[in-house]
Design a protein around this ligand. Structure first.
Ligand code: OOG
Ligand code: MG
Length: 264
């Protein structure tokens, strides 16, 4: 069981790797860390962002699809924290300074219109969401070779690095989200396709899962919080100088352009 001092040191190492772009060895290569301890490290990692003035923006789920679980060799859904500093405007530029080996994946975003208090009893998830949008998530493991165990990736804030949310569609106007086609294009070339059904069988389940995990790990979700539901396909390398688009059938599209350190 790592002491508080060890939790702080491991969190600092992860936070540093996220700004120097120098990956670190897996924490579990030298420590015994269980899932609860990993969430304590995650909380401390995100405190580094808050200390720089970033604000909580919501949460993200990981490993909600068979494709991702297989790609990463894990078997459990996980939750991470999003901040406003990670959000890129739709169609905007993401600077890759500080990123180690970023990957991009198509997702759905939900927006909560009711705050979720970790102490209050669970409400009906559908009643808590007021809008849905196509989204892209950029993940970037702070571990060498993008390899980790489950506690490692939880401690690393589930590889959260950046995200884009496309135009919100009001919940009442939403199509059934159960099986919508998802297209990921990089520089206009179709790179991957999938279905929203890949997200826990139906992405609405991601809302329940996020609320359950947020309660369990005591993550407060104020009204307006974003929930990224998890990837609909595997993640793809995000190279500087490229533009990525996601299209979710009947819902819309979202995009970002990645720039390297030296790109204008
Ligand atoms: C962890 C993050 C996974 C998703 O949508 O499944 C994730 C990782 O693969 O590095 O964001
Ligand atoms: Mg993701």
């Amino acid at each position: 069981m790592p002491t508080n001092a060890v939790v702080d040191r491991l969190a600092r190492e992860l936070a540093e790797a996220a700004s120097t772009a120098i990956p670190i060895p897996q924490l579990t290569s030298s420590q015994d860390i269980d899932v609860d301890e990993a969430y304590a490290i995650q909380r401390a990692v995100v405190e580094h962002r808050y200390a720089r003035g970033e604000r909580p923006a919501g949460v993200k789920l990981g490993f909600t699809s068979a494709a991702k679980m297989t790609q990463m060799g894990v078997s459990d859904a996980i939750i991470g924290r999003l901040t406003d500093g990670m959000q890129v405007t739709d169609g905007g530029v993401l600077r890759l300074a500080g990123f180690v080996h970023p990957r991009v994946e198509p997702e759905l975003a939900f927006r909560l219109h009711t705050p979720v208090d970790p102490d209050s009893p669970a409400a009906e998830p559908a009643a808590m969401v007021d809008a849905v949008a196509p989204a892209l998530e950029v993940i970037d493991s702070r571990y060498r070779d993008f390899r980790f165990s489950l506690p490692d990736v939880i401690a690393d804030n589930t590889s959260a690095a950046a995200f884009v949310v496309g135009p919100w569609v009001a919940w009442e106007q939403c199509p059934d989200l159960g099986n919508l086609g998802v297209r990921l294009e990089i520089d206009g070339a179709l790179t991957d396709t999938g279905s929203t059904a890949a997200i826990l069988g139906h992405p609405a389940r991601a809302v329940s899962a996020a609320l359950r995990l947020a309660r369990h790990y005591r993550i407060a979700l104020p009204a307006g919080s974003i929930i990224l539901a998890g990837a609909a396909t595997a993640a793809h390398p995000l190279r500087p100088g490229t533009t990525v688009d996601v299209t979710v059938a009947e819902l819309g599209r979202a995009s970002l352009s990645a720039k390297g350190d030296s790109d204008a």
